[in-house]
Design a protein around this ligand. Structure first.
Ligand SMILES: Nc1nc2c(c(=O)[nH]1)N[C@H]1C(S)=C(S)[C@@H](COP(=O)(O)OP(=O)(O)OC[C@H]3O[C@@H](n4cnc5c(=O)[nH]c(N)nc54)[C@H](O)[C@@H]3O)O[C@H]1N2
Ligand SMILES: Nc1nc2c(c(=O)[nH]1)N[C@H]1C(S)=C(S)[C@@H](COP(=O)(O)OP(=O)(O)OC[C@H]3O[C@@H](n4cnc5c(=O)[nH]c(N)nc54)[C@H](O)[C@@H]3O)O[C@H]1N2
Ligand SMILES: [Mo]
Length: 782
């Protein structure tokens, strides 16, 4: 891949179109409206939209009973984001946000995609519709199969479906010819059972959504502080003096974080927001739970806004470090006792070139100095970040630089301070804790061997990008997805589609229809699952599952609604069923003597295994089951101990390389609207950014529009350029003049995923660079 790894070149490239000008459900957007962006988030509009969506999908009675159990100690965990819940005694009666309510409505909908629906719509017909339409078809009610050469999905029963998967898997030349993806909604019980199945089958091919999400965080924190997780609790947020929020849009993606920020502000905290866009949720929050949020003017959140150029964060954090060194605003005692590499780091940042910093960040030295002064004046700083930092070529270095600041200020393992990566999917962190990882630690494999008596494979498996390459190249023949929408979440949509189509079998465990059911292997299965809102009844009674939030707190989740269809099964039971069918020896016993049947009927059996295999999970059932659950150990947070090479916090030295964007091009970030959950499109209202009734928009600075001789409102194609050419196109985006730094642009994911080159990934984490895509805007014939 070496020839594809370089930056883009200035050389003219052919204007040949690439393989397949497929559209992947490009809808017809005639009604698009553009308004001025908002400068405050939530308020009563948020409540109104939440209730309208919930009632619209579920009806008034079901909407009310369901929402009142959301995030309650005796209810279910919100499947929207991974932001933690307050202590049980501090929760509101309605402990949820607008987008949480939309997520619940989407799952709790009364619409159904039945066998009759699939009989009426061929796969080709379904593929003509966009993701929103597919989602509105409702919950999938039966296991469905597409046979080789088939044009439609048809029903299949569970045992036949399991047998079909088993037959394919056992027919492979090697277990490494199959790959097993996980999205981040699976419960800890499902995730543990899944990784056990995959390793008992014989491979570590366990790519997951983290590979495209916070992998850069996990790698950077793992190397810097010895654990790939954040070091703060909700309590710390309330106690912080300064909170830095970089590359995150909490008003849309973690709305309950705004309540925590409001509390922090009212206790005197200052907030620094670092974002190319002035996101409404970072400016002002109208808390619908408080009178001042409903009738007052809300709470101003951001004290200092740094409108950074895309991908300028490494330079910014290094420049702040340079000033702290210059001012000797360093916690020398912490540095001496708990860190390694200070002299090298201090010498490196002291020599920083301010002209380079200003080019990379688009900020002035005065703006950066103001931020550094706020950090110098704070004895407890928290650094929060999300996809704006993780999805770039230099993301791992950037996150290490953030961590450097926390280390030299002694802000790790201190009340009100720490590093706070804000995770995406509600249980993505738990899935990793349970062993969903293509590069498992040897200790995990040893523990599995000890508990189950088989020898797990030791070679590392494939991550998302490697799995796509392997399917493309024909070396992986079976794809399975435990949730998610691999086709539309992954980069380079055309390449990923061809890769999936080359396989013999694709298996999707899903709640609702999405593009990944339409771009398949020769044989395709949809295994419909219960969602988190639903009661999961097994032979031993109603089952409970457990999840872990972004701050390492583990707790139980109990479904409350009747299943969307009597044919659905919980994910743990589905995985255990697949495992039993696949690993059955000729005499009917399990190949390794694992009691899959017991695990499927009683999730407590799974929790028993978890307590013996996963560190920190001793006595798991009891501790996770009590109200509020328990918090997993985190050595830097708990005792300032660091499981790194040196046994101390590592200060990393990273050179700054300014991303080169050729003349006439822009650096595009691909992001979420306020009305979607990743590839699930709830609706077409990106209210805070002023976009209604459409999604095919590209936000560009007014002066860049003029410089390119284009017009606000004009429709253009987006063409990305990479060292292998400029054949990647996403057609028909309307230009919207917007306050984003010169030279940058923004548009929504997943419509823009065809533009992200498969080989353009972050150094060390291999995460697709979804936030730095070099594009040009090409006028279309009117
Ligand atoms: N309602 C809802 N909630 C969600 C999701 C959803 O789709 N909908 N998705 C979930 C998931 S899986 C995740 S990972 C999270 C995602 O949560 P976010 O990371 O907030 O999601 P994005 O929309 O990708 O937003 C990235 C933010 O980073 C900014 N940004 C882009 N490039 C840069 C940069 O170079 N530097 C800086 N400093 N900022 C930059 C963008 O302007 C934007 O504000 O949300 C989770 N929660
Ligand atoms: N260009 C670009 N690409 C990106 C990103 C970006 O910012 N820009 N973000 C990346 C990130 S951060 C992430 S996390 C990935 C997301 O990637 P994924 O996690 O693969 O995608 P989702 O859209 O969250 O998956 C939605 C599907 O999950 C299924 N589902 C919903 N609930 C359940 C459930 O309870 N159980 C099961 N089994 N299935 C369920 C439904 O069928 C639904 O259609 O996308 C990545 N891709
Ligand atoms: Mo994510």
């Amino acid at each position: 891949m070496a020839e594809h790894d370089g930056p883009v070149s200035d050389e003219p490239v052919s204007d040949e179109h690439g393989p397949g000008d497929e559209l992947f459900g490009v809808g017809d957007e005639t009604g698009l409206q553009v308004h001025d962006p908002k400068s405050a988030a939530a308020g009563v509009t948020g409540v109104r939209v939440a209730m309208q969506r919930a009632v619209g999908h579920m009806g008034a009675a079901r909407a009310t009973t369901t929402l009142l159990k959301l995030n309650q100690a005796d209810g279910f965990d919100c499947m929207s984001c991974a932001w933690p819940d307050p202590d049980p005694e501090h929760r509101h009666t309605a402990e949820f946000c607008e987008n949480g309510a939309k997520a619940v409505a989407e799952e709790g909908t009364t619409a159904r995609a039945t066998p009759e629906f699939f009989a009426a719509h061929s796969i080709a017909d379904l593929d003509r519709h966009d993701e929103h339409w597919l989602g509105q078809a409702g919950r999938i009610t039966h296991p469905m199969v597409k046979r080789p050469g088939g044009t439609h999905y048809e029903p299949i029963d569970w045992d036949d479906a399991f047998a079909l998967v088993a037959q394919h898997l056992n027919g492979l030349a090697s277990p490494d010819e199959a790959t097993f993806y996980t999205s981040g909604r699976a419960s800890n019980e499902a995730a543990f059972t899944y990784q056990l199945f995959v390793r008992a089958f014989g491979t570590n091919n366990l790519p997951d959504c983290s590979n495209m999400c916070h992998e850069s965080t996990s790698v950077a924190l793992g190397e810097s502080i010895g654990i790939g997780k954040g070091s703060v609790s909700l309590r710390d947020i309330y106690d912080a003096e300064v909170i830095v929020i970089a590359g995150q849009n909490p008003g849309t993606n973690h709305p309950r974080m705004l309540s925590a920020l409001e509390t922090a502000k009212r206790r005197g905290a200052k907030i620094i927001s670092i974002n190319p866009l002035r996101e409404a949720g970072l400016v002002n929050f109208r808390n619908p739970q408080k009178p001042r949020g409903v009738v007052g003017r809300g709470t101003d959140l951001t004290d200092l806004f740094l409108p950074i150029r895309i991908n300028g964060d490494l330079a910014l954090f290094q420049a702040i470090g340079s000033l702290l060194v210059e001012w000797d605003a360093i916690d020398h005692e912490f540095v001496a006792t708990h860190t390694h590499g200070y002299e090298e780091w201090a010498a490196h940042v002291a020599a920083i070139d301010w002209a380079t910093v200003e080019t990379a960040t688009g900020l002035t030295r005065a703006q950066i100095t103001e931020a550094a002064e706020m950090i110098r004046g704070s004895s407890a700083t928290i650094y929060c970040w999300a996809m704006g930092l993780t999805q770039h070529r230099n993301s791992v270095a950037t996150i290490k630089e953030v961590t450097n600041l926390a280390l030299v200020r002694g802000d790790i393992g201190k009340r009100g301070a720490g590093v706070c990566p804000v995770r995406g999917h509600s249980n993505v962190q738990g899935d990793r804790t349970m062993g969903i990882f293509e590069k498992p630690a040897p200790e995990l494999l040893d523990a599995l061997e000890q508990e189950f008596g088989f020898a797990p494979p030791r070679e590392h498996g494939l991550d998302v990008v490697e799995a796509i390459r392997a399917m493309r190249d024909g070396t992986v023949r079976v794809f399975m997805g435990l949730g998610g929408n691999f086709l539309h979440a992954a980069p380079d949509t055309t390449v990923t589609a061809a890769a999936l189509r080359r396989t013999d079998l694709t298996v999707q465990v899903s709640t609702k229809l999405n593009r990944s059911h339409l771009v398949t292997g020769d044989t395709a299965l949809i295994l419909p699952t219960l969602g988190r809102t639903e009661v999961d009844e097994r032979a031993t009674g109603e089952q409970v599952v457990t999840v872990e939030d972004s701050m390492s707190a583990v707790h139980a989740s109990r479904g409350v609604n009747a299943p969307a269809s009597p044919h659905l099964r919980g994910e743990t039971a589905i995985v255990a069923g697949l495992a039993a069918a696949t690993l059955r020896a000729p005499d009917g016993s399990d190949r390794h003597g694992i009691a899959w049947g017991q695990m499927a009927e009683d999730y407590d059996v799974v929790r028993g295994h978890i307590s013996r295999v996963i560190p920190g999970c001793e006595d798991y059932s009891r501790r996770a089951g009590r109200p509020g659950g328990f918090v997993l150990p985190h050595p830097p947070r708990d005792s300032r101990t660091f499981a790194t090479a040196s046994g101390r916090g590592e200060l990393a030295v990273s050179p700054i390389e300014v991303l080169h964007v050729p003349e006439g091009h822009l650096l595009l970030q691909t992001m979420r609207s306020h009305d979607q959950y990743n590839t699930t499109i709830y609706g077409f209202s990106d209210r805070y950014r002023g976009i209604e009734d459409g999604r095919r928009v590209v936000f560009v600075h007014r002066d860049d529009i003029a410089a390119f001789d284009l017009q606000d409102g004009q429709v253009v194609d987006l063409r990305s350029v990479w060292s292998d050419g400029d054949h990647r196109v996403a057609p028909a985006f309307r230009i919207v003049a917007y306050d984003t730094p010169r030279g940058t642009a923004a548009a929504y994911y997943p419509e823009t995923n065809p533009l992200v080159p498969l080989d353009s990934t972050a150094i060390d984490s291999n995460t697709p660079t979804s936030k730095s895509v070099v594009v040009r805007l090409e006028p279309r014939p009117a």
